[in-house]
Design a protein around this ligand. Sequence first.
Ligand code: AMP
Length: 215
Amino acid sequence: MINLLIMGKPGAGKGTQSTRLLEYYHLTHISTGDIYREEMAKNSAIGKLAKQYIGKGELVPDDVTNDIVKNVLSTKKFPNGFMLDGYPRTAAQAVALDEMLKELGISLTAVINVEVDDKVLLERMAGRRVCPSCNATYHISFHPPVKDNVCDVCGTVLIQREDDLEESVLNRLRIYNEKTKPLLDYYKKKGLLFVVNGERPKDEVFNTILQRIGD
Ligand code: AMP
């Protein structure tokens, strides 16, 4: 049983690494961001409430998020373990998670932090372009399309996602630094924190994590 928590600043490459880790260890994915997106798509009461915060780039209140995770952890099956992604994001959430895990008799295997410098993140996100038609992603310097600003796959003109605009990135980084970063110390004190350099190539980052977690 491997129970992981994956953390990182917005744009650090957490998504890429978690997808690969989920496949490798056959873990159950618990992503609060995904849950909120599903609830918003269903237009449920939780979805409507979450939308007010997510639309402004703010965090959904702790009690709402904690209830959701508690419900998932106590009802969902995770035969090989789980990966919590995007939770906890505040000190209050970390404390609530500890209580939930204690009640359920579950312990965390490791907390992985994909570390990337703020300057590198801004550069990565400022250059990111997506195809509004087929969702293919590009980067103007690191992975440019063959023809300037046009999707290689379907020929649609590329756009910059609102989330990737500098103001939005800076706002999310500010929230991360203020609310989520202190959690790294919290998990370091528990001896659970594993920091991996997210500025290295993706495969290398993945292999470093595997070496730490083991089989
Ligand atoms: P993500 O895809 O993880 O970046 O989540 C998208 C948005 O959902 C975040 O910007 C928050 O507004 C909200 N959200 C996701 N997870 C949490 C959490 N643990 N606590 C509060 N809000 C969250």
